[in-house]
Design a protein around this ligand. Structure first.
Ligand code: HEC
Length: 148
């Protein structure tokens, strides 16, 4: 809650559902808050659409889209990096045959998960080996349900 209160109202309104934050902040930038209020786009719409195809073909056998937007998911991933989530999916999913998709398919399905959470889109696609993949932290709404 505190993090949200630190955000300017306009930003809070547009990013209440989801925000991506760059971390760590450059040395000479504005003073750091718990989560930096600036949002960045980490994937494109086209990439998320390809990710939807991957989801339908592979993941939907066991998952519903809500699995990646519910309170448990938010509680598990809030504050962790895009790369952490990517790497977790790559090394554990699909459940029976982890690691069997291409790198691009894992990147695309990550973009789809970001889109499901209403993360802002940007000019470039999510790439697991980019510096920003580790620098951008997931900022997901944590509800009391996820803190049981
Ligand atoms: C054969 C069934 C199966 C398939 C296919 C599958 N998953 Fe999963 N997935 C599971 C199970 C079971 C869990 C929960 C237990 C676990 O973490 O291993 C899970 C957990 C997850 C989690 C963690 C959720 C959380 O709350 O932290 C993510 C993310 C995930 N899967 C993504 C995917 C993606 C993306 C795909 C498609 C590329 C996929 N899974 C395909 C069975 C599957």
């Amino acid at each position: 809650m505190l993090q949200k209160l630190l955000l300017p109202t306009a930003v809070a309104l547009t990013t209440a559902a989801f925000a991506l934050t760059e971390s760590p902040r450059p040395v000479n930038s504005a003073p750091a808050t718990a989560f930096a209020p600036d949002t960045v786009g980490a994937y494109t719409i086209a990439q998320a659409e390809r990710g939807l195809t991957v989801f339908k073909k592979v993941c939907s056998e066991c998952h519903e889209p809500q699995d990646f937007t519910n309170a448990d998911f938010h509680g598990e991933w809030n504050g962790r990096s895009l790369f952490d989530l990517y790497e977790n999916v790559r090394t554990t999913m699909p459940d029976e045959t982890p690691g069997t998709l291409t790198q691009q398919q894992y990147e695309d399905v990550l973009a789809y998960m970001l889109q499901l959470n209403k993360a802002p889109t940007g000019a470039s696609e999510f790439r697991a080996d980019s510096a920003s993949a580790k620098a951008i932290l997931l900022k997901l709404p944590v509800t009391s349900a996820s803190l049981r």
